[in-house]
Unconditional design. Structure first.
Length: 303
């Protein structure tokens, strides 16, 4: 019986990390590494591997804390789960695994801090600023930042953009320049847009437990305009960066995903009351974000 419970706990912890979403962290690290590769520095395999591991630990850790806090608050018991929102459902199905999920989250934070200490020794104080900011966002997001519309909107983008992309660049020995700032800003807009649209199905459940994100405060029609603005704004930023010669010419590759982004912006306002259409748009949105980041990273790498 104990071995069965242990297996169930391991399965619940693994599921609570939301493995299918963890590809976002490697793509952000890839963009940061691509930026570093275009600077006069030498990339070391161990450093790249540690940065990648740190990115995965950070992403999995925030997912675990989010699952634990949503279970403890009762949100998991009233939310309507979709493939892109509402959590994994691991803890409502296996409540006894909650302590293990919390311990796994803390263990990942410890591992992340250990990697940060190594890069602090290697690169100095800039890593400390990025590291402290990242840990703060991981701990504060579900418990506090989801009570602030602006904090809830920007926190995910800040975590994956300026913190993860620029953190990778600095950890690998690079310096922050105009190209890096644009890459981080594009990531910020895309990831904030992703989390924003994924909040749409959860509005009623989130409101009941005291959250105050943008769809709750302004309503879905206006929030859908924010989605369009953030998504298309990311492509506008890439275009401006290229036109002013702040991004390499190959970053035009990212515009291969632009038709899908335009389709999302145009279709979303018409799909707010149609669950099936909304789910389709959310799926296309995930694919568009991941494709855009991949193409942007490849474009920078090929410079």
């Amino acid at each position: 019986m104990s071995s069965l419970m242990s297996s169930l706990s391991i399965a619940a912890v693994t599921r609570a990390t939301r493995p299918s979403f963890l590809i976002l962290a490697p793509l952000c690290v890839l963009l940061g590494a691509s930026l570093a590769a275009n600077q006069p520095i030498t990339l070391h395999g161990l450093d790249v591997a540690l940065v990648l591991l740190g990115g995965l630990l950070a992403h999995a850790g925030v997912n675990l804390l989010n699952e634990y806090d949503d279970f403890r608050s009762g949100l998991d018991l009233i939310t309507r789960r979709t493939p892109f929102s509402g959590g994994s459902g691991a803890l409502p199905e296996h409540p006894s695994a909650a302590p293990q999920v919390l311990m796994a989250a803390l263990a990942m934070l410890v591992g992340l801090v250990a990697i940060g200490v190594y890069f602090l020794w290697l690169r100095g104080w800039p890593i400390l600023i990025i590291g402290v900011s990242g840990v703060f966002l991981i701990i504060a997001y579900t418990r506090w930042l989801t009570r602030s519309p602006l904090g809830c909107l920007l926190a995910p983008g800040l975590g994956f953009g300026p913190i993860m992309v620029l953190g990778t660049l600095i950890a690998l020995g690079g310096r922050v320049d105009e190209t890096a700032l644009i890459g981080a800003a594009v990531t910020l807009l895309l990831v904030s847009e992703l989390l924003l649209i994924n909040q749409f199905p959860d509005v009623e459940a989130d409101r009941r437990i005291g959250r105050r994100h943008l769809p709750i405060v302004v309503g879905l029609p206006i929030a859908s305009r924010w989605v369009a603005g953030l998504l298309l704004g990311a492509f506008a930023l890439i275009a401006l960066g290229r036109l002013y010669d702040l991004l390499p010419v190959n970053t035009w590759l990212a515009f291969l995903a632009f038709p899908a982004a335009l389709w999302i912006a145009l279709r979303l306002p018409k799909a707010l009351k149609n669950e099936e259409s909304l789910q389709k748009i959310m799926g296309v949105n995930v694919a568009t974000l991941l494709t855009t980041l991949l193409l942007l990273a490849v474009g920078v790498w090929l410079a």
